[in-house]
Ligand binder design. Structure first.
Ligand code: FUB
Length: 314
């Protein structure tokens, strides 16, 4: 009946957090949350693990980005695939781990093209459609300051606008001297000057920048030897002078491989969005390329350091 059909659509588009299981939209396999707080909603943009096969040797094959959003951190609306390569950006192939930011009435979506470059797409709406504004990679190995770096993964962009209006993009992977930051011009689709390096102990991937009370927090996933935790460094500058701060979050209980965070403030509370493999564990399927989004609250100590996240997910 039409009623059953409507109920089915409602089930597909809305999911609730329950206190026993913080996985959100658990009917989809999603990963690498990039966050955007915009007009009273939080949007999470994710790598689409539904595109990956179960075969543990097949690698990441994603070519699209899925968006979900919420106004209360409980009820999530599923906007589906909002960006897809090469449909929306003709030069791009594999696409994952997005960063999304709003400026001057436009939405900018940055994405890793596999591990070999970073692209940007723009839209007038957080849920697309996104278009290619420059017809080429925004950052590639030829971009001044990107190399030399041993076996650098050129991916996992994170874009941040400071209080003085200067925009920065952080990216890189696979080596503790492989973090890069580059200034973006006001148009957000061109770079200003060369990339510079940041060194982060045991840095592997998933660069993230956030600012709170004048302190810049650079967080990242550590390498497998360091258990793929999310660690962080603090500084009074967005580009230099970082000192190691500690652990944001240990490897999630239901996760046996990479880790990737999105840290954001929404309606006065800070959150740590991440992925785990809880649904794949529950279903008894191979977990490698079938990840799920989850969220926990994030708190700070009086001295500005981050309290290590407590997982409430089962
Ligand atoms: O999703 C593919 C890759 O896995 C991301 O680029 C990394 O951050 C890791 O989460």
């Amino acid at each position: 009946s039409i009623l059953a059909f409507c109920a089915f659509i409602f089930f597909l588009t809305t999911a609730q957090i329950s206190s026993a299981d913080e996985v959100i939209v658990g009917y989809r396999h999603l990963a690498d949350p990039g966050t955007l707080v915009y007009n009273g909603r939080v949007y999470l943009y994710a790598s689409n693990d539904d595109e990956n096969s179960y075969d543990k040797n097949s690698g990441y094959k994603m070519k699209s980005i899925v968006c979900i959003s919420s106004s209360d951190m409980k009820n999530w609306t599923d906007h589906g695939v909002v960006f897809e390569a090469p449909r929306d950006v003709a030069w791009a192939g594999r696409t994952w781990a997005p960063a999304v930011i709003a400026r001057d009435g436009k939405i900018f979506l940055y994405f890793g093209n596999g591990g070999n470059g970073i692209g940007v797409a723009t839209s007038s709406s957080p849920i697309g459609p996104f278009k290619d504004p420059i017809g080429k990679k925004l950052v590639e190995t030829e971009t001044p300051g990107v190399l030399p770096a041993p076996n650098m993964w050129l991916f996992d962009p994170m874009t941040f606008i400071d209080d003085d209006g200067q925009a920065y993009m952080y990216f890189g992977g696979n080596g503790e001297s492989n973090v890069r930051v580059i200034k973006l011009n006001r148009d957000m689709i061109s770079v200003d000057g060369p990339a510079t390096s940041i060194t982060a102990p045991a840095f592997f991937e998933a660069s993230w920048m956030h600012k709170r009370n004048g302190i810049y927090y650079f967080s990242y996933s550590t390498n497998p030897k360091a258990q793929m935790r999310i660690d962080y460094m603090m500084s009074k500058s967005p580009t230099t002078g970082f000192t190691y701060g500690g652990i944001v979050a240990a490897q999630p209980p239901k996760n046996n491989n990479n880790n990737h965070q999105g840290i954001f403030e929404f309606k006065g509370q800070w959150y740590h969005a991440y992925h785990n493999r809880a649904v794949a564990y529950k279903l008894g399927i191979p977990t490698e390329f079938k990840r799920n989004l989850a969220v926990e609250v994030l708190n700070y100590k009086a001295d500005g350091s981050i309290e290590q996240v407590t997982y409430t997910a089962d």
